[in-house]
Every structure is written in C-alpha cells, then in structure tokens.
Design a protein. Structure first.
Length: 199
C-alpha cells in the first residue's frame, strides 16, 4: 500500500489476525469497556436519560462508548462547568455545575458517576431528588474509588448497581480466559515475525 512501510503492514496484519483468529478481544478487562458491556445487557432504549456526574477521563471514555452506540440524552454535572461543557459538546448534552445536582428535576434512567471525591456524592437526599416520583428501576454505573454512591441506597431503591468491585470480578475472570489464548497469539506473532524477516 502507498505510504505504508512493510513493518507497518505486517504489524497491522498481525493485529488483525490476533483479533479475528483468537478470542482474546472478546474478553475485555478495562473498567469502562466492562461497564458498557454490563449496561448493554440491560437493553435500555437509546433515548434513555443519562445523568453523568464528573467530566474526567473515565466518564469521557464512558460517554464515548454510549455515544458510539447511539445514546443521545445527556446531562453532565461537574465541579468545573468548563469541563462539563466540553463533554456536553461532545455528547450533544447539557452542562451544569455539580452544585446544581441537588436541583435536577428531569429524572434519569442511567447515572454514570466518577469523581475524585472522598465522600459520597450521590447521598440519600440527592438520590431522592434525582428519581423524584419515578419508582422504576435505575442503572447506576459508579466508577469512582471510593464509591460516589452511598451503598445504603442499593438496599433502599430498585437499582442495577454496576460498581468497580463488580467489574473487577469480571475483569479477573476475563483475564484468566485471555491468558489461555496467549499460546495462539504467540504462534501468530512468531509466524508474522518470520514472514517479516523474509520481506
């Protein structure tokens, strides 16, 4: 191919072969990827109301997954309104300062939270406001360490709670499965290295 070196070409072909001829890519281990896969199993409507608390790297990556798969209704809360606005522009959502979370009146279907707070951001009082009179089951994706969601809320409300602890269990299991594929992966790489030497 024009402009592509033999090294680049073999590298691309090798990566493609590893991806298509092994199951290593079917077992994600990143927290964000696992969180999206867990959410996807809930089969929510793409117009689900998504409330995002925090506009850092983790939530930005989570929003990339959501947007890529068609979700389109976002409200972004962050301490820095400027950062919230950046993520809101990307998602086509609305940006608000975190101080306004206690006034959220539009309800939600999915809550994605990841902040650097040492205290629970989504307390019992805040959660009551967020759900309003809606008694339906909600999905809460809490990617913060320590947790942004007060753990007592899971006992009091119908919540599908996707936590870091839960995702870590899946990641550990997937990692074991991926390790089983390493023999196949090494063989593919070995064959491609020999092919490259001939080139």
């Amino acid at each position: 191919r024009p402009g592509v070196s033999p090294f680049e070409l073999v590298t691309i072909e090798t990566a493609k072969k590893v991806y298509t001829e092994t199951t290593i890519a079917n077992k994600p281990v990143s927290v964000v990827s696992l969180a999206y896969h867990s959410l996807n199993e809930k089969q929510l409507e793409l117009n689900a109301r998504v409330v995002v608390v925090g506009a850092g790297v983790t939530n930005t990556n989570m929003c990339r997954f959501l947007k890529k798969h068609g979700f389109r209704n976002y409200t972004i809360y962050n301490r820095s309104l400027e950062k919230a606005e950046v993520l809101a522009r990307f998602t086509g959502g609305v940006a608000k300062p975190l101080s306004e979370l206690k006034n959220h009146s539009d309800g939600f279907d999915i809550l994605v939270s990841c902040t650097g707070s040492q205290d629970h951001i989504v307390t019992s009082d805040i959660y009551k406001i967020l759900v309003g009179k809606d008694s339906g089951k909600k999905v809460v994706i809490d990617l913060a360490i320590p947790s942004d969601l007060d753990p007592q809320l899971v006992k009091k409300y119908p919540i599908d709670h996707i936590s870091v602890e839960y995702l870590k269990t899946i990641a550990d299991s997937n990692l074991k499965e991926r390790k089983k594929e390493l023999i196949k992966v090494r063989q593919i790489i070995y064959e491609k290295v020999e092919e490259f030497k001939e080139i």
